[in-house]
Write a protein that binds this ligand. Sequence first.
Ligand SMILES: [Zn+2]
Length: 284
Amino acid sequence: MTNQTDVSHAFTIDVEDWYHGTKYVYEDIRESRRLDYSLNLLLDILSEYDVYATFFWLGKAAEENPKLLKKVASLGHEIGCHGWNHEPICRMDRNRFKDETYHALSLLSDLSGRTVTVYRAPYFSITQESLWALQVLVELGIQYDSSIFPLKKGQYGIPNFTPDIHDIATESGFITEVPISINKVLGFSIPASGGGFFRFYPFQVTYWNFCSLQRSRKPAIFYIHPWELDPSRPFSNQTFTERVRNQLGIKSTEVKTKRLLKNFSFNTLTKVALSFKNILASTH
Ligand SMILES: [Zn+2]
């Protein structure tokens, strides 16, 4: 049964192949590319539930799969940017970040025929130390950023960061920040909606997190990677830790994703952020 509510949640996809951001040399594994399979599966699932989503494309993935990007755009989904080569922002200086992001945005705009105005950093790597990146994004025309995890997550995240969608002033103008969702349980903040947590949690935990946010009229910002729907992706040559992290719950991700789409209403990141800001304006 679908939850009856006027809150739509954001369905977002970080578009990269299984080897992006790993130590593998891309040219050596050309025959192991899986993005065409896994992204088409995701497109079919979204179509089944009549949902439009935001696809944050890695520049490298777009360069390797131009036809696929054009297909996603032609289906009416939102195109966002996920950087060029999956390098964490906190390892870059301002000039390199600006150059690489500009490079990625140019390619995505050329292929999709649209101006790209939404961004998500690899590894959610806008941290307290790299908040300068928001100003660079404004200078590059980005209006919505979804790169901040409002709790400590490995090397990344900003604990105690405002978890709701809000505008941030930079020296070059405003940007709307759309943080990754968290939920409070017994006074503790836990990740609410996506990636490895979605694979790891029993479905009921994600369901409860979504209901809890919805009761406060807040949207969940759900994120997933195409490879998380692909149990046949290569796992060889990975360390034990990598294998455990990447294989965890992967066989049930497709079923869980369908249950989520059946139970809740979803839309693109931009539409969800605008709707939240409108709700906020109407209650003040
Ligand atoms: Zn990524």
